[in-house]
Design a protein around this ligand. Structure first.
Ligand code: ASP
Ligand code: MG
Length: 282
């Protein structure tokens, strides 16, 4: 069994969703869990929406823009807008209308819609092409109530993942959300910005996966930011310790929490390009 993780940049438009499927399609010889982030810059847009709603500023135009962006992607992929996606937007709107008094709690009730919507779109596209399942990660990834930076309850999470995933995986690739979970009372939680890599590692750890592959817009792990340095070079291979040091010194390429669960089980991490999927990567 393998785990793939696709970030927001890889699914920023309909072409990205089709490309994701092309990559997934080549790996259907084994059970596959596909962890997906919110599309493009959706999480930033949701942060702004949450902030406006909390401050009682007008957010209706911002919501309209976010809806139009996703509707555009859907229009390109399907003939009509799938009902669950319409429902996510209705739920989002309802939540925006009722900001509570606790900002961090409120933030975590809004932000997960990005991932819920993106994975629903990916799932609907997937089942026009092959079989597959959609999993609400909040039913498996259990955390404490430290909203916006929640800590994983490994025992419970492991229990739910090993209880639910094997059966789902028999029906094809399982599409699920990165970055989100829920606390013991069932409230949404998030694992910290850019936390979807970590979600990939959580699934890999709990399922004792063969590997975790993170699909990125760079050829692999590089010794410098290619957007800033022309001569950035690709690492063929690094130890868990070396990657941890890289992330510690600020390399943005992998979420720092990702490495530990993988290292504990000796699960390899592949960093590959979704633009050039046959490239060697790191
Ligand atoms: N969508 C979330 C973020 O942008 C999580 C992620 O992309 O990993 O922070
Ligand atoms: Mg993101």
């Amino acid at each position: 069994m393998r785990i793939f993780k696709f970030g927001g940049a890889s699914v920023k438009d309909a072409e990205g969703v089709r490309n994701l499927f092309k990559i997934v399609e080549k790996s259907l010889d084994q059970p596959l869990v596909v962890v997906v982030s919110a599309m493009g810059k959706t999480t930033n847009a949701l942060e702004l929406l949450a902030r406006k709603a909390y401050n009682k500023d007008d957010w209706s135009d911002d919501l309209q823009k976010l809806k139009a962006y996703h509707q555009g992607i859907c229009a390109d992929l399907f003939s009509d807008l799938p009902e669950d996606i319409q429902n996510w937007f209705l739920q989002l709107e309802g939540t925006l209308q009722n900001p509570g008094k606790n900002w961090l709690l409120y933030y975590d009730q809004i932000i997960p819609f990005g991932e819920l919507i993106s994975t629903s779109i990916v799932y609907h596209y997937m089942i026009t092409q092959t079989s597959g399942e959609w999993l609400d990660a909040r039913s498996c990834i259990k955390t404490n109530s430290f909203f916006t930076e929640a800590n994983v309850d490994w025992e419970l999470t492991s229990h739910f993942i090993s209880r639910d995933l094997p059966e789902l995986l028999q029906n094809g690739p399982v599409i699920t959300q990165g970055f989100i979970g829920s606390d013991l009372t069932g409230k949404n939680t998030t694992l910290g910005r850019e936390g979807s890599d970590f979600s990939g590692a959580i699934f890999a750890y709990c399922l004792k996966a063969e590997s975790l592959t993170v699909w990125k817009d760079v050829p692999g792990l590089l010794n410098a930011d290619p957007k800033k340095f022309k001569g950035a070079e690709l690492f063929d291979e690094l130890s868990y310790q070396e990657v941890t040091e890289l992330t510690f010194y600020g390399a943005k390429v992998i979420h720092p929490k990702t490495i530990r669960p993988l290292a504990q089980r000796g699960i390899p991490l592949y960093v590959k390009s979704f633009i050039d999927p046959s490239g060697q990567g790191t």
